[in-house]
Design a protein around this ligand. Sequence first.
Ligand SMILES: Nc1ncnc2c1ncn2[C@@H]1O[C@H](COP(=O)(O)OP(=O)(O)OP(=O)(O)O)[C@@H](O)[C@H]1O
Ligand SMILES: Nc1ncnc2c1ncn2[C@@H]1O[C@H](COP(=O)(O)OP(=O)(O)OP(=O)(O)O)[C@@H](O)[C@H]1O
Ligand SMILES: [Mg+2]
Ligand SMILES: [Mg+2]
Lengths: 165, 165, 171, 171
Amino acid sequence: KESKFMGVYNSISESFKTSFKEITGGGEAWLVLENEKSPFEGGVTIKARMPRKKLYPVEALSGGEKSLVSMAFIFAIQGYDPSPFYLLDEPDQNLDGVNTEHIGRAIALQSNFAQFLVVSLHHAALRESDNVIGVFMGDDGVSRLHQIIDVDTFLSSLPVEAEVG
Amino acid sequence: KESKFMGVYNSISESFKTSFKEITGGGEAWLVLENEKSPFEGGVTIKARMPRKKLYPVEALSGGEKSLVSMAFIFAIQGYDPSPFYLLDEPDQNLDGVNTEHIGRAIALQSNFAQFLVVSLHHAALRESDNVIGVFMGDDGVSRLHQIIDVDTFLSSLPVEAEVG
Amino acid sequence: MRLLELEFENFKSFKGHVTVPLGPGFTCITGPNGSGKSNITDAILFVLGSRSNKLLRARNRKQLIYGFQEGSKKKTGPKSCKVSMVFDNRDRFLAIEKDQVTFTKGIKLRGNDTATHYLLDGIKSSAGEFEALFSRAGLYATGYNIIQQGDVIQTSLMSGTERRHKIEDVA
Amino acid sequence: MRLLELEFENFKSFKGHVTVPLGPGFTCITGPNGSGKSNITDAILFVLGSRSNKLLRARNRKQLIYGFQEGSKKKTGPKSCKVSMVFDNRDRFLAIEKDQVTFTKGIKLRGNDTATHYLLDGIKSSAGEFEALFSRAGLYATGYNIIQQGDVIQTSLMSGTERRHKIEDVA
Ligand SMILES: Nc1ncnc2c1ncn2[C@@H]1O[C@H](COP(=O)(O)OP(=O)(O)OP(=O)(O)O)[C@@H](O)[C@H]1O
Ligand SMILES: Nc1ncnc2c1ncn2[C@@H]1O[C@H](COP(=O)(O)OP(=O)(O)OP(=O)(O)O)[C@@H](O)[C@H]1O
Ligand SMILES: [Mg+2]
Ligand SMILES: [Mg+2]
């Protein structure tokens, strides 16, 4: 049982290094077993270093940085054993303009191997997706869906708002 | 002691009605004492109805709607007894394009009566503010500040990203 | 192994019958605040067997039925709701000998309470059968593959032990 | 009654001496992810007496000093940091007979631990004196007037009892 876990763990740790490096454009991340001799007696810790920065404890990272760490970890597990689908409700809530692009592209890449349903308010996510479902609520308090065929027209019809950075 | 609390409570409840109506453009909100006879034996509950919608329990509201409720509550207490300053780190994280405008304008109005320091990635907040402080980190891992004098030039220099709605 | 479509009937803000066709690849769900996007997420968690009403932003199951209002006597409006998830099962990731599998979970008002019912391809099923099929396929309402609004940072902040469990679930 | 400026010395990502002038009215702090915006929020919470290192995203106080790195022997780099908050007190919202009041809180490395020191207008003070002055002025690290990143929804979700306490604090 322990060797099965170690096989999975090592594989995910490798994927995590790769996906974090890709999402952040050069950052380094890896997993650490709190108890190397008896893995089940300790947890699994994340170490992550953003590009051009030193290594800080993961709790000291910013909201946007933590979001990227979380997404890289999800992609890492997907790399080992994909889930039938991924359901992410506003994973880009904390991200600036540059990072919403990076994560949008990363999800688009990963979606070649699994189905991704992502709720987002960001243009980058809409542009990178294969399909946009628009949800609207009328004055009658009823939600209705519209398939958005032309993303660019849809986006230009909205009040432009934007993230900084 | 109880009558002092009731005086404050009623005043805040009134302000809350007004500020929520203003932030949401017509919504209704009020406070309720869980134990009307002995206020200190119960808590204070929020009831909030978004414009053109029925009354739903506050936990059923969306992320953006809850953010507006929270901001209205803060403004309500400010109405009664302003704090020396307000420090809000990304209060607009959940808001769509229309609501980031509303909250930006609401903060600008309230800032006539108190100092507001707001961290935000949204253009609406930058445009409504009196002052923008830009924080940047160089490749040396050191944070530096810049007073942003011309907000429009600053915004147009950034990769444009935007919220929907 | 993927979702083909979702069907709602009076679930939260979705009145009447609504079908949500889902493509493979990357689907983005967008719209103004309060329009119903997270209610779609809740619908999926509901079928996957989320035990906690709190995770569905409901104090009790009655609140999941379209038109539920605070403090109303609720004499009018729907007395039930249901959600169906239709899976493409050609690769047999679900332990059922069928190319397409539909899971339906519904709630009916019963006096001052609710009753929950389950259908598997239209045939009466149970919470237990759903749980057995989902867990064998590695699908959990609390799985690493589902992030609710506001929780994306949690994945990097969870305790070491919880993270080890997520990895064990996959193993 | 407002903040005139903040001064950092080796606090988190702010190396050396940095002054942050603050106008009255509405100041917006912006910039890319990880640039240092929330570190400014942490600095203010630090002076206001946040008891919890977790709220400052630090496992221990050493991590608040510029250059703290995981696992390094930390032989080089600053051994201390401090933060000052300068208030306009012309309306005497702080119980001190001065038009301007500066609160300074700092940390020094001491062996494998840290020592915390307090200055009030440059004169040795204490956690107790800070707390007395702040609470009389209605300023708390956990006050309703401070929202940390990710917490804005909390204000509408807090328990009824906690909300009553927030109102009692103001009364
Ligand atoms: N039982 C119900 N019947 C009718 N409407 C409901 C019911 N439960 C919730 N709603 C509606 O759903 C809304 C919340 O929808 P939802 O959380 O999906 O919004 P959202 O699109 O995710 O918004 P945001 O972008 O702010 O997160 C509530 O404001 C309410 O109007
Ligand atoms: N002791 C320290 N010494 C040097 N740098 C530090 C220290 N502690 C934290 N940092 C840096 O501060 C960064 C986090 O900064 P902060 O949380 O203020 O970012 P932010 O601007 O709020 O970003 P976001 O928009 O993502 O929330 C960390 O990534 C780290 O690089
Ligand atoms: Mg939502
Ligand atoms: Mg931040």
